[in-house]
Ligand binder design. Structure first.
Ligand SMILES: Cc1cc2nc3c(=O)[nH]c(=O)nc-3n(C[C@H](O)[C@H](O)[C@H](O)COP(=O)(O)OP(=O)(O)OC[C@H]3O[C@@H](n4cnc5c(N)ncnc54)[C@H](O)[C@@H]3O)c2cc1C
Length: 400
């Protein structure tokens, strides 16, 4: 008998598995329908021997020392500040828009004070900021909106910014200084040996059994457990009773090149002409030295794996109905970005999972995250239950 069946071995499921096993001595079965642990943060060494992120670039950044300290139990860090350039009008300029972006784009030599006036002169007044278009046009005007945001957002979301909640573009700041970091969080770093290695350490406990390539529906009637933690899509859990929650998906095109460097920044955004939105070169992120290099192109699409919940009022209304159903299930905890239908960064999901653990065991979050040294045992247990195909996380991390 397991104390918990955990559905999904991404951040939400794995943090809860770790805490319940190491912090409360519970017996856990964690399953994932993918062939590997680590959810969307999964990374692995490709055929060239280069560490790449299967589901697009994952950059860790947080303002929460608590989350950072917690994860530091399972990884060392490599200091890394992310930088992005955008390809606009045949030039590569810093993104988010800053003083250098404007000076380069318009051949000017403005100071920070002057660029503030420049933005003010372009900004269009809006009585109400409702949509993503309103956010940008009211800050920097229509021309910069069209160069940097309009087509990018259309490609990324399949919707015009005027049809999307303000929250989408509100995430991207505009700066009057020369700060070209993509994020400004106080803690920015990458797991030194990659995300998958960090997850392997999290799940390294004899009380945690892992089943991969396993949809929970295939085993739910064949195992016994007391409670469930569900980190999959909430609409699927309730058999789409109120309809499908819309997601935006991505197709990743991975390539390797016979050169040490492919591009002049970790990420180059392509807001306009190309069908892809951005190209990421992984060696910048990981710091790996290698004679070759690997990149990934992202092509947004409507169908496929659910990546980004689409932030529109009608979708929030559908989710609100599922939320009522979820809250009525006292035997199931719904945690993570798919189960709560909201885009969260990794650190926010770790915080959410730690909070859930605290609630389950009746502790405040701070107490719940107290460092417990993971048990020093063999890497990850392999389990075979009722002929469902299972792999250990060690071998999974070596698979592409
Ligand atoms: C392209 C992209 C780039 C991102 N970049 C960043 C970044 O740079 N920085 C950052 O902080 N965040 C980033 N994120 C967000 C980050 O991926 C999420 O915060 C994180 O993955 C959420 O963890 P999770 O456990 O909630 O979900 P997931 O990682 O998606 O894990 C859920 C798991 O549940 C499994 N599952 C679903 N249904 C079932 C089922 N029926 N049976 C068994 N298993 C099931 C899935 O296979 C999946 O592995 C990015 C997201 C995307 C899509």
């Amino acid at each position: 008998m397991f104390d918990y069946l955990i559905v999904g071995a991404g951040f939400a499921g794995s943090v809860l598995a770790e805490r319940l096993a190491n912090g409360s001595d519970k017996k856990i079965l964690i399953c994932d329908k993918r062939l590997h642990i680590a959810g969307n943060a999964y990374d692995f060494y490709n055929d060239e021997g280069i560490l790449i992120h299967k589901y697009g670039p994952h950059i860790f950044h947080t303002n929460s020392a608590e989350v950072f300290d917690y994860l530091s139990n399972f990884t060392e860090w490599r200091s890394y500040e992310h930088r992005v350039l955008a390809s606009v009008d045949g030039m590569l300029v810093p993104m988010p828009i800053n003083l250098d972006t404007i000076n380069k784009l318009y051949g000017l030599n403005l100071t920070a004070f002057e660029v503030e006036k420049f933005f003010e002169s372009l900004a269009e007044k809006r009585d109400q900021i409702r949509t993503s278009e309103d956010v940008v046009v009211s800050k920097v005007g229509r021309e910069l909106y069209e160069k940097f945001f309009k087509n990018y957002t259309r490609k990324q979301w399949g919707l015009d910014p005027s049809e999307l909640d303000a929250s989408v573009t509100a995430r991207v700041p505009t700066r009057t200084n020369r700060d070209d970091r993509y994020f400004t969080d106080s803690l920015q770093a990458m797991p030194k040996h990659g995300y998958t290695r960090m997850f392997e350490k999290m799940l390294d406990n004899p009380n945690i059994k892992i089943m991969l390539n396993c949809d929970y529906r295939a085993i739910i009637n064949q195992i016994s457990f007391k409670e469930m933690i569900y980190t999959g899509p909430v609409d699927a859990f309730f058999d789409y009773r109120y309809g499908k929650l819309p997601y935006r998906s991505l197709e990743f095109k991975h390539e390797s090149h016979d050169t040490e460097r492919f591009q002049s920044a970790p990420v180059v955004n392509y807001p306009n002409e190309q069908a892809y939105t951005r190209i990421t070169e992984f060696k910048y992120l990981t710091g790996q030295e290698h004679k070759k290099t690997s990149v990934v192109y992202e092509f947004p699409k409507a169908e496929g794996d659910p990546y980004y919940p689409i932030p529109r009022k009608e979708n929030a209304d559908i989710y609100a109905k599922y939320k009522v159903l979820a809250e009525a299930r006292s035997d199931v905890h719904f945690v993570g970005r798919l189960a709560t239908y909201k885009y969260y960064n990794m650190d926010q999901i770790v915080a959410q999972a730690l909070m859930t653990y605290g609630k389950i065991v009746g502790m405040k979050r701070k107490e719940a995250t107290i460092k417990t040294k993971p048990l020093e045992k063999s890497l990850v247990t392999t389990t075979i239950l009722n002929n469902v195909s299972v792999a250990s996380s060690k071998s999974a991390s070596q698979t592409s």
